[in-house]
Each structure stands twice: as structure tokens, then as C-alpha cells.
Write a new protein. Structure first.
Length: 155
């Protein structure tokens, strides 16, 4: 299970016990906000896109209330934004839709964090399953996700 990979990943930092698991689904921004008891915008959703070479993918972690701006995406990555299929997500990222997070991901995954998250002191990304999350401040999210940079690609 992907949550076990994420738990193992955070174990090296002594943070595995910070992963929250819920009795209900947290697979959407709205459900995740209800599960953790916060506003939807503070859910750090991870979106999966094809990369330029077609061999790996790009993950962008954004605030829950934001959408990708295609013009900004193209300016940043020099290609059109094309989301992965559920099978591609499973294969390339290593997580299922609804539990996609930027932790414990495949080798050919490039992670970026969107500046839309910076307005919050802490955010809640998923932790590899459809009923999990972890609360992190933005600097910790950037560090533990292995983010390659803060970018501005949302509307």
C-alpha cells in the first residue's frame, strides 16, 4: 500500500506518527477538509501531469481552492498541460487517485510547489491513501516533497 511507503519515508525523519488516517474518505479536497477540520483551500492537492519527454511526470502541489492556469503552465514548462490517466498516475507516481501526494514517489517524478500555498501557516497534503493526510508548514512541505522550486501556475 502506498500509505506504508509514505509512512516508511517519513520514518527517516521521525515523523511517521504525524500521518493521520481517517475512517472516512479524504479523496477530494472537500472530503479532506471535512476529515481534518479545515477550510478546503488549506488542503494541499497534488496534480499529476505528463512531462516533456513522456517518460516521467510532473507533480504540482497547489492550494485546494486553486486551478491550473494553462497559460502560466505553458510558460513555466514550455508545453501544454496534460494530466495523467489514473493508470499512468499509479505506474509513474506510485499512488492511487485520491491519495496522490509528493512523498515516496517514483524515480522519474519532478515535484513543484505552487505559491498559492504560501498564504497558510500549515497545509494538509495526502499521505498515500484515500483516507490520510499529514499537516506540514510550507517549508516542511517543500523540503520533504523534494520540490524543485516554488512556481506560480495557478489562476
Amino acid at each position: 500500500m502506498a500509505i506504508e511507503k509514505v509512512r516508511e519515508y517519513f520514518r527517516q525523519f521521525g515523523m511517521e506518527d504525524q500521518i493521520m488516517e481517517f475512517d472516512t474518505s479524504s479523496a477530494t479536497v472537500e472530503l479532506a477538509a471535512q476529515a481534518v477540520g479545515t477550510e478546503p483551500a488549506r488542503i494541499a492537492k497534488t496534480l499529476s501531469f505528463k512531462d516533456k519527454e513522456g517518460e516521467g511526470c510532473i507533480l504540482i502541489v497547489t492550494a485546494g481552492d486553486k486551478k491550473i492556469d494553462n497559460v502560466k503552465f505553458k510558460a513555466q514548462f514550455h508545453m501544454k498541460a496534460k494530466m495523467l490517466t489514473p493508470e499512468e498516475v499509479r505506474t509513474l507516481v506510485g499512488h492511487e487517485i485520491g491519495g496522490v501526494c509528493p512523498f515516496a514517489v517514483g524515480e522519474k517524478v519532478s515535484v513543484y510547489t505552487d505559491v498559492s500555498l504560501r498564504r497558510f501557516s500549515t497545509v494538509f497534503p495526502a499521505a498515500g491513501s484515500i483516507n490520510s493526510a499529514i499537516e506540514l508548514d510550507c517549508d516542511a512541505l517543500f523540503k520533504y516533497s523534494g520540490s524543485l522550486g516554488w512556481i506560480d501556475v495557478c489562476k
